[in-house]
Ligand binder design. Structure first.
Ligand SMILES: NC(=O)c1ccc[n+]([C@@H]2O[C@H](COP(=O)([O-])OP(=O)(O)OC[C@H]3O[C@@H](n4cnc5c(N)ncnc54)[C@H](O)[C@@H]3O)[C@@H](O)[C@H]2O)c1
Length: 249
């Protein structure tokens, strides 16, 4: 029970990596506020956690809207009285080289993937600062570290998350709040179903990955548990790449 008694807010917890992180946190003894804009996905995550006798609440809303982000944090405080861990995981993928990306798509991707990190952290930090301890974990991507074809807005949003993580680590670690990020490679979720369903694109990724495999949400969740537990008190501003070796070549 590495997170016994902790309270976590996980965005995008209605699917994929966010659901995997929320479930792992509950297994390690945390109470979790699940935040998502998808009611069916959120309800399914909540039902799975409750079936395993975990403690969770569901807060529906859009992480890119300030009022919704504040409501997610408020609901967590109202139900559990504190917030020890914030996982900024919600994200969307839109493809296109820069000249193919219209302004609306650019704004949408930057708002959902990056502005949400600002909004949720802005709402959660006053509580963490009051507690004198906290953890923020941002989910970036290997697409924030290297150039990937036709992913202009997505790469920009994820690269910015990596740098924002470093800035926040410098500002908040002296105040007891460690801030880290995970950069996943290809993980099997709804976001990547289109890539993985096509034999050619799946094979292209797998053949370039030294482990010759596709990651699962649990691969990210186990690292998230470490980075949000007291075991990682001396770890901050770190970008933990979990990609089967895709980017080490
Ligand atoms: N799957 C991968 O290969 C991969 C690789 C690198 C990084 N990531 C990142 O991991 C995170 C999770 O991705 P995933 O693969 O689990 O995707 P997913 O599509 O399975 O899950 C994303 C969840 O976020 C929610 N969401 C999206 N926009 C939202 C919004 N505006 N407000 C509230 N909730 C919102 C969705 O409803 C969904 O439940 C994302 O930030 C993604 O960029 C994924």
């Amino acid at each position: 029970m590495r997170l016994q008694g902790k309270v976590a807010l996980v965005t995008g917890a209605g699917s994929g990596i966010g659901r995997g992180i929320a479930e792992a946190f509950v297994r390690e003894g945390a109470s979790v506020a699940l935040a998502d804009w998808s009611e069916p996905g959120g309800k399914e995550s909540l039902a799975q956690i409750e079936a395993a006798h975990g403690t969770a609440i569901l807060v529906l809303g859009d992480v890119s809207h300030a009022q919704d982000a504040q409501r997610m944090v408020d609901a967590c405080i109202e139900r559990f009285g504190r917030i020890d861990i914030l996982v900024n995981n919600a994200g969307i993928l839109r493809s296109g080289a820069l000249h193919e990306t219209d302004e609306q798509t650019w704004d949408l991707v930057l708002d959902v993937n990056l502005k949400s990190v600002y909004l949720l952290s802005h709402a959660a930090l006053p509580h963490m600062l009051g507690q004198g301890k906290g953890r923020i974990l941002n989910i970036a991507s290997v697409a924030g570290l290297q150039g990937f074809e036709k992913l202009a807005a997505y790469c920009a949003s994820k690269g910015a998350i990596v740098e924002l993580t470093r800035n926040m680590a410098v500002d908040y670690s002296p105040l007891g709040i460690n801030v880290n990020c995970i950069a996943p490679g290809l993980i099997a979720t709804a976001m990547t179903a289109g890539i993985l369903e096509q034999e050619a694109s799946r094979e292209a990724f797998v053949s370039q990955t030294p482990t010759h495999s596709v990651g699962q949400p649990e691969d990210i969740a186990s690292a998230a548990v470490y980075l949000c537990s007291d075991e990682s008190d001396f770890v901050t501003g770190e970008v933990l790449v979990i990609d089967g070796g895709l980017t080490v070549r």
